[in-house]
Design a binder for this molecule. Sequence first.
Ligand code: TPP
Length: 383
Amino acid sequence: MARGPAVVIVPMNDWLEPYHESVRAPAPLALHIAEGADERLSSVVAERLLAARAPVIVSGAGSDDPRTWAALERLAEALQCPVWQEAFGGRAGFPQDSKRFAGHLPAGRAGVRAALAGHDRVLVVGAAALRQYGYEDGEMLSRDADVLVVTDDAAEATRSAADVAVLTPLPGFCARVAELAAARPPARAAEPPAGRLADHERPAGPELRAEDVFRALAVWLPADATVVEESPSTRSQLQDMVPARSPLGFLSAAMGGLGFAMPAAMGLKLACPGRPVVAVIGDGSSLYACQSLWSAQRYAAGVLYIVLSNGGYAIMDRLAAQAGGRAPWPSFSDIDIAGLARSFGCRALDVRTHDELARAFGDTIPPLASLGEPLLMNVVVAR
Ligand SMILES: Cc1ncc(C[n+]2csc(CCOP(=O)(O)OP(=O)(O)O)c2C)c(N)n1
């Protein structure tokens, strides 16, 4: 039986008010539930955005589908506002080559406050407001900014520190909000496009660095490539330098549980055989599920595995140093990652120089979509 859109409004402000006095509570003040592109709710959201002095959008993994990408691009254009990617998102919520894309939000409160300073209304789509890593003191946002969350995930909605949360399927709702916003130019001065973050330094010497690999990937990868990420100490450089340009263009385990990328890349390639799939993995991380190379070979999953071999757990060493200690775990530059891959029947090669990298990418990436078996490149990089 066909049913019309149902809207349930659950005001939660009574019991949250005392907390809200001092710090935003980890729950929305009001939660609205809509089955579809509810007309009243979408116009309330569009009106609020149009009335803002300086709105901003934060988009997350839940927005990773072609219709939501298109709707958010249209909305950002109508509002002439920047769009950030949520911190530690497992998927890209917005085209990262768009001129409205501002970059990846930091995962700490001080960084979020700085990135979103000056904005009086934050629309969070396809994510909770807002994912953090370690605890940091202080407010997430300035007190005069309010937060709207639109998500199809009930857990995200209910744990969001937001003024209003709307729980609804995203593509239709976002398209309707964008349509309403586009029909009426905002009554404020145009903000210049945000633009992407800068490139990192050019090669400094003969030794390869992770940034050199990412710069080459940005040149060689086609727009429909999927990058599966598990490179803890260089994740932010990878995200800055290799933008997701199509839905499902970026995939990771979100908060960094290791052992995801190798099997995930294989599964993705088997599900989408026509797509170029590249997994970018730290050498430490590669040891968590390297037996999946045997499966990738056996099932002819043509993934390019790029292992960034810096001979240790760089991110853990960094955390130990920040805590004023010495890492108790050993380095492991003696492990032969390419040999390990071969032992599972997977083709593998070592890359040590800029020339070898250029040759390896030039040979492999143009035909990557139709690669019929996995290939592992063990790229030796500086710490
Ligand atoms: C299942 C699991 N075990 C342990 C960790 C802790 N951990 C986080 S990063 C890391 C080391 C990663 O090393 P590598 O992949 O070489 O990347 P690098 O830090 O050198 O870039 C470890 C052990 C984790 N995140 N998940």
